[in-house]
Design a protein around this ligand. Structure first.
Ligand SMILES: Nc1nc2c(c(=O)[nH]1)N[C@H]1C(S)=C(S)[C@@H](COP(=O)(O)O)O[C@H]1N2
Ligand SMILES: [Mo]
Length: 222
Protein backbone atom coordinates (compact mmCIF):
# COMPACT_ATOMS: atom_id res chain seq x y z
CA UNK A 1 0.00 0.00 0.00
CA UNK A 2 2.79 2.34 1.00
CA UNK A 3 4.58 1.55 -2.26
CA UNK A 4 1.52 2.39 -4.35
CA UNK A 5 1.07 5.68 -2.49
CA UNK A 6 4.73 6.53 -3.16
CA UNK A 7 4.28 5.74 -6.84
CA UNK A 8 1.20 7.93 -7.08
CA UNK A 9 3.10 10.82 -5.45
CA UNK A 10 5.96 10.34 -7.90
CA UNK A 11 3.62 10.38 -10.91
CA UNK A 12 1.93 13.53 -9.59
CA UNK A 13 5.31 15.22 -9.10
CA UNK A 14 6.44 14.35 -12.65
CA UNK A 15 3.22 15.58 -14.22
CA UNK A 16 3.33 18.80 -12.18
CA UNK A 17 6.94 19.39 -13.25
CA UNK A 18 6.30 18.71 -16.94
CA UNK A 19 3.33 21.07 -16.65
CA UNK A 20 5.79 23.77 -15.62
CA UNK A 21 8.12 23.30 -18.54
CA UNK A 22 5.38 23.01 -21.16
CA UNK A 23 3.95 26.47 -20.42
CA UNK A 24 6.33 29.14 -21.65
CA UNK A 25 5.71 32.64 -20.26
CA UNK A 26 7.69 34.23 -23.11
CA UNK A 27 4.94 33.32 -25.58
CA UNK A 28 2.44 36.12 -26.32
CA UNK A 29 -0.38 34.13 -24.72
CA UNK A 30 1.85 32.66 -21.99
CA UNK A 31 0.65 29.17 -22.88
CA UNK A 32 2.77 27.22 -25.28
CA UNK A 33 0.29 24.35 -25.56
CA UNK A 34 -2.48 26.63 -26.82
CA UNK A 35 0.05 28.29 -29.10
CA UNK A 36 1.27 24.97 -30.47
CA UNK A 37 -2.30 23.90 -31.13
CA UNK A 38 -2.87 26.92 -33.36
CA UNK A 39 -0.13 26.01 -35.83
CA UNK A 40 -1.25 24.30 -39.03
CA UNK A 41 0.43 20.99 -39.75
CA UNK A 42 2.78 22.22 -42.48
CA UNK A 43 3.58 25.56 -40.96
CA UNK A 44 7.20 26.28 -39.97
CA UNK A 45 7.74 27.33 -36.34
CA UNK A 46 11.22 28.77 -36.42
CA UNK A 47 13.27 30.78 -38.90
CA UNK A 48 16.98 31.55 -38.51
CA UNK A 49 16.72 31.17 -34.73
CA UNK A 50 13.57 33.28 -34.33
CA UNK A 51 10.42 31.58 -33.02
CA UNK A 52 7.49 32.30 -35.31
CA UNK A 53 3.92 32.85 -34.15
CA UNK A 54 1.11 30.73 -35.61
CA UNK A 55 -0.55 32.09 -38.76
CA UNK A 56 -3.88 31.85 -36.99
CA UNK A 57 -4.34 33.58 -33.68
CA UNK A 58 -7.04 33.39 -31.00
CA UNK A 59 -8.26 36.91 -31.70
CA UNK A 60 -10.02 38.53 -34.62
CA UNK A 61 -10.88 42.20 -34.61
CA UNK A 62 -11.79 42.50 -38.29
CA UNK A 63 -14.53 45.02 -39.02
CA UNK A 64 -16.78 42.38 -40.60
CA UNK A 65 -15.26 39.08 -39.42
CA UNK A 66 -12.95 36.70 -41.29
CA UNK A 67 -13.55 36.78 -45.06
CA UNK A 68 -13.50 33.61 -47.15
CA UNK A 69 -12.46 34.69 -50.64
CA UNK A 70 -13.13 32.31 -53.56
CA UNK A 71 -10.42 32.48 -56.23
CA UNK A 72 -12.98 31.85 -58.95
CA UNK A 73 -13.92 35.28 -60.19
CA UNK A 74 -11.31 36.99 -57.99
CA UNK A 75 -8.86 39.48 -59.48
CA UNK A 76 -6.51 42.01 -57.95
CA UNK A 77 -7.08 45.42 -59.56
CA UNK A 78 -4.40 48.06 -59.86
CA UNK A 79 -6.22 51.21 -60.74
CA UNK A 80 -6.67 54.96 -60.12
CA UNK A 81 -3.94 57.30 -61.37
CA UNK A 82 -2.28 54.77 -63.69
CA UNK A 83 -1.53 54.45 -67.41
CA UNK A 84 -2.37 50.74 -67.73
CA UNK A 85 -5.06 49.53 -65.36
CA UNK A 86 -4.41 45.93 -64.28
CA UNK A 87 -6.69 43.09 -63.30
CA UNK A 88 -4.51 40.17 -62.17
CA UNK A 89 -5.47 36.66 -61.22
CA UNK A 90 -4.03 35.02 -58.09
CA UNK A 91 -1.79 32.85 -60.30
CA UNK A 92 -0.48 35.88 -62.18
CA UNK A 93 0.58 37.54 -58.92
CA UNK A 94 2.24 34.33 -57.69
CA UNK A 95 4.14 34.01 -60.97
CA UNK A 96 5.97 37.28 -60.32
CA UNK A 97 9.36 37.36 -58.52
CA UNK A 98 8.94 36.50 -54.83
CA UNK A 99 10.50 38.01 -51.72
CA UNK A 100 10.60 36.69 -48.15
CA UNK A 101 10.56 38.83 -45.02
CA UNK A 102 10.49 38.08 -41.29
CA UNK A 103 8.33 40.89 -39.89
CA UNK A 104 6.30 41.45 -36.72
CA UNK A 105 2.74 42.75 -36.96
CA UNK A 106 1.93 45.05 -34.02
CA UNK A 107 -1.71 45.87 -33.32
CA UNK A 108 -2.54 49.06 -31.42
CA UNK A 109 -4.47 46.83 -29.00
CA UNK A 110 -1.21 45.44 -27.66
CA UNK A 111 -0.63 42.05 -29.25
CA UNK A 112 1.94 41.18 -31.88
CA UNK A 113 2.75 38.30 -34.23
CA UNK A 114 6.14 37.49 -35.77
CA UNK A 115 5.62 35.69 -39.07
CA UNK A 116 7.73 34.73 -42.08
CA UNK A 117 5.97 36.36 -45.04
CA UNK A 118 6.41 35.59 -48.72
CA UNK A 119 4.96 37.68 -51.50
CA UNK A 120 5.31 40.00 -54.45
CA UNK A 121 6.92 43.43 -54.34
CA UNK A 122 4.24 46.16 -54.23
CA UNK A 123 6.61 48.31 -56.30
CA UNK A 124 6.66 45.66 -59.05
CA UNK A 125 2.86 45.44 -59.03
CA UNK A 126 2.48 49.22 -59.24
CA UNK A 127 5.07 49.36 -62.01
CA UNK A 128 2.93 47.02 -64.13
CA UNK A 129 0.22 49.66 -64.11
CA UNK A 130 2.63 52.61 -64.58
CA UNK A 131 1.68 55.16 -61.93
CA UNK A 132 1.08 58.72 -63.08
CA UNK A 133 3.57 61.44 -62.07
CA UNK A 134 0.89 62.90 -59.76
CA UNK A 135 0.35 59.66 -57.80
CA UNK A 136 1.89 59.84 -54.33
CA UNK A 137 -0.63 57.87 -52.26
CA UNK A 138 -1.69 54.22 -52.42
CA UNK A 139 -5.13 53.18 -51.17
CA UNK A 140 -5.79 49.51 -50.44
CA UNK A 141 -9.35 48.28 -50.82
CA UNK A 142 -10.49 44.98 -49.28
CA UNK A 143 -13.43 42.65 -49.87
CA UNK A 144 -14.99 43.51 -46.48
CA UNK A 145 -15.08 47.20 -47.46
CA UNK A 146 -12.06 48.03 -45.29
CA UNK A 147 -9.60 50.56 -46.70
CA UNK A 148 -6.29 52.02 -45.59
CA UNK A 149 -3.60 54.03 -47.35
CA UNK A 150 0.12 54.71 -47.31
CA UNK A 151 2.42 57.08 -49.12
CA UNK A 152 3.93 55.64 -52.30
CA UNK A 153 7.34 56.73 -50.95
CA UNK A 154 7.02 54.57 -47.78
CA UNK A 155 6.01 51.56 -49.86
CA UNK A 156 8.96 52.01 -52.22
CA UNK A 157 11.56 52.95 -49.57
CA UNK A 158 10.72 49.88 -47.46
CA UNK A 159 10.32 47.53 -50.43
CA UNK A 160 6.99 46.45 -49.02
CA UNK A 161 5.43 43.23 -50.24
CA UNK A 162 1.93 41.91 -50.81
CA UNK A 163 2.10 38.51 -49.11
CA UNK A 164 0.34 35.29 -50.16
CA UNK A 165 2.20 32.98 -47.80
CA UNK A 166 2.84 32.94 -44.04
CA UNK A 167 5.30 30.59 -42.28
CA UNK A 168 5.63 28.53 -45.47
CA UNK A 169 1.93 27.81 -46.01
CA UNK A 170 -0.62 29.58 -48.23
CA UNK A 171 -1.98 32.59 -46.35
CA UNK A 172 -4.94 31.35 -44.22
CA UNK A 173 -8.30 33.18 -44.48
CA UNK A 174 -7.78 34.69 -41.03
CA UNK A 175 -4.61 36.39 -42.23
CA UNK A 176 -6.16 37.73 -45.42
CA UNK A 177 -6.20 35.06 -48.14
CA UNK A 178 -5.45 35.69 -50.92
CA UNK A 179 -3.34 38.77 -50.08
CA UNK A 180 -2.19 40.87 -47.11
CA UNK A 181 -0.14 44.07 -47.23
CA UNK A 182 3.00 43.54 -45.12
CA UNK A 183 3.21 47.13 -43.93
CA UNK A 184 6.54 46.83 -42.13
CA UNK A 185 7.26 49.45 -39.46
CA UNK A 186 3.57 50.47 -39.49
CA UNK A 187 0.76 49.66 -37.02
CA UNK A 188 -1.48 46.67 -37.78
CA UNK A 189 -4.34 48.70 -39.25
CA UNK A 190 -2.13 49.42 -42.30
CA UNK A 191 -1.85 45.67 -42.96
CA UNK A 192 -4.83 45.42 -45.30
CA UNK A 193 -6.12 41.84 -45.57
CA UNK A 194 -8.32 40.29 -48.31
CA UNK A 195 -7.05 43.02 -50.65
CA UNK A 196 -8.85 43.26 -54.00
CA UNK A 197 -7.69 46.66 -55.27
CA UNK A 198 -4.59 48.83 -55.14
CA UNK A 199 -5.63 52.38 -56.03
CA UNK A 200 -3.07 55.04 -56.97
CA UNK A 201 -4.12 58.49 -55.82
CA UNK A 202 -2.88 62.03 -55.20
CA UNK A 203 -5.01 62.44 -52.05
CA UNK A 204 -2.37 62.58 -49.32
CA UNK A 205 -5.14 63.26 -46.80
CA UNK A 206 -7.11 60.11 -47.65
CA UNK A 207 -8.37 58.42 -44.48
CA UNK A 208 -9.12 54.72 -44.26
CA UNK A 209 -11.42 52.93 -41.82
CA UNK A 210 -9.39 53.34 -38.63
CA UNK A 211 -7.70 56.57 -39.71
CA UNK A 212 -11.16 58.14 -40.07
CA UNK A 213 -11.81 57.06 -36.47
CA UNK A 214 -8.82 58.95 -35.14
CA UNK A 215 -5.77 56.75 -35.67
CA UNK A 216 -2.64 58.35 -37.12
CA UNK A 217 -2.43 58.39 -40.91
CA UNK A 218 1.36 57.80 -40.83
CA UNK A 219 1.01 54.94 -38.31
CA UNK A 220 4.77 54.59 -37.93
CA UNK A 221 5.80 52.27 -35.08
CA UNK A 222 7.65 54.04 -32.25
N1 LIG B 1 -9.74 43.92 -44.66
C1 LIG B 1 -9.34 44.17 -43.41
N2 LIG B 1 -8.04 44.26 -43.16
C2 LIG B 1 -7.60 44.51 -41.90
C3 LIG B 1 -8.51 44.70 -40.83
C4 LIG B 1 -9.90 44.58 -41.13
O1 LIG B 1 -10.79 44.73 -40.26
N3 LIG B 1 -10.28 44.33 -42.43
N4 LIG B 1 -8.03 44.96 -39.55
C5 LIG B 1 -6.64 45.50 -39.44
C6 LIG B 1 -6.08 45.48 -38.09
S1 LIG B 1 -6.64 46.67 -37.00
C7 LIG B 1 -5.07 44.61 -37.71
S2 LIG B 1 -4.28 44.74 -36.22
C8 LIG B 1 -4.64 43.52 -38.62
C9 LIG B 1 -4.79 42.17 -37.90
O2 LIG B 1 -6.15 42.09 -37.50
P1 LIG B 1 -6.78 41.01 -36.46
O3 LIG B 1 -6.60 41.61 -35.11
O4 LIG B 1 -8.23 40.94 -36.79
O5 LIG B 1 -6.04 39.71 -36.65
O6 LIG B 1 -5.40 43.50 -39.83
C10 LIG B 1 -5.68 44.75 -40.38
N5 LIG B 1 -6.26 44.58 -41.69
MO1 LIG C 1 -5.36 46.39 -35.10
Amino acid sequence: MKRIAGFVVLVLMISAFSGCISSDPSRPDGNSEATENRYSELEIREYEGTRLDPSVGPRDNSIAGIQHVELEGYTLKITGLVQEEQSLTYEEVLAMPAAEKLITLHCVEGWEATVLWKGTSLGDLIQLAEADQKADTVIFHCVDGYTTSMSLADIMDRNMILAYSSNGIPLPPALGFPFIVVAEDKWGYKWARWVDAIILSSDTEYKGYWEERGYSNEADLP
